[in-house]
Design a protein around this ligand. Sequence first.
Ligand code: GDD
Ligand code: MG
Length: 332
Amino acid sequence: MRAVVLVGGFGTRLRPLTLNTPKQMLPVVDRTMLEHVVGGLGRQGVTEVVLSLGYREDVFRDAYPAGECAGVALTYAVEPEPLDTAGAVSFAAAAAGINETFVVVNGDVFTDLDLRAVWDRHREVSAEATIALTPVDDPSRYGVVPTDADGKVLGFVEKPPRDQAPTNWINAGTYVLEPSVLDRIAPDRKVSIERETFPELAANGSLWAVQSDAYWVDAGTPATYVQVQLDLIDHRWGSPTEAVAANATVADNARIDHSVVMAGVRVDADALIRDSILMPGAHVARGAVIDGSVVGPGAVVAGGAKVSGLSIIGDGQMVESGAVLDGVKLPE
Ligand code: GDD
Ligand code: MG
C-alpha cells in the first residue's frame, strides 16, 4: 500500500507553535506528530509514504534526509503554492507516479482505525473512493458524512453549522482512492477534496464509507494537541511512553500532575504542572503554576507566574515573574 500524507497546511490554529515549525513536526510526547502518524501507517501495512508538502517543507527534509520515517520509505512532493487538499493529492500522486489504488491521510490524525478494513470494503463494493468515519459530539468543525445502511455516502458537508449537521459521523481523514479520482481534480488550481471532489463523488453514488469507533483525535487545535498527548500517557492509544523525559530536571518538591515534560525541561522548586505540556528546553521557575496549557520550546515562565486556561507560550517567549495568563497566546 502506498499512502499520500497531507502535511502542507499552515497549522494556523496551533499558532504560535507553528510559526516556525509545521504542525506535523511538533512533538507529541516523545516523537514528532509525523513519526506517530507514519509509524501507525507502517503497522497497518503501508510500505511507502508520499509526503505532500508546502509550508516549511525544509523542516521535514532536514529532519528526515534519508527518505525514511518510522521505518517507512518517504518521498517528497513539494507544491509550488498551496493547492488545497484535492490539489495536493493530485500533485503528490503525479509526482510519485501513482497509478493504482492508494491511501490518503490527513497528517494530523491520531487513530487506531483498521485501514485494512477500509481497503477491503472499498474493493468489495467497487467504490471509486472510500472514507473512514468516526463519531464525534460536535460535527461542526469536521466533514459530515451521512450514509445509507450499506455505507454508501449520501452527501458530504464540510463544517456545517452545528444545528444543520445531518449526523454525528464525520470524515476521519483516511481515504482509499482509485486513480480515476485524480482525473476529476482540475490541475493547477486550488481544489478542496472536502468541498468539491467528495460531494461530486457522493452525487455519483461512487463514494463509500466505513464507520469505526476506534480511538480518533485530530490534533490540529490547542485543546486536541494537549488531549492526544495526555491520552498517550493515560494509555488510551499507542504504546506505553514515559510522561517525563529522562533528561528533564525536576526539583524534588515541584509537582508534576498528569502532564508531559519533554527533553531538557527544567522545573524548579514549588512549581505545579497540571494537565499541561512542557516542550523541549522549557523552564518553569520557582513557585510557578502551569495548568491545562502548553509552554513552548525554550520558553521561560518566571517565578510565581500562573499560566492556565489553554494558554500557549510560544518558542523562546518569557512570562514575567508573577504574571497571570489565562487563555492567552504569547505572542498574540
Ligand atoms: N499539501 C497540502 N496542501 N496539505 C494541506 C493543504 C494544502 O494546500 N491544506 C491543508 N493541508 C493538510 C494539513 O496539513 C492537514 O494535515 C490536512 O491537510 C487537513 O487539513 P486541516 O487544516 O487539518 O483540516 P481540518 O482538520 O480543518 O479538516 C479536515 O480534517 C477533518 C478530520 O481531521 C477535513 O478533511 C475534514 O473533513 C475532516 O473531518
Ligand atoms: Mg486537522
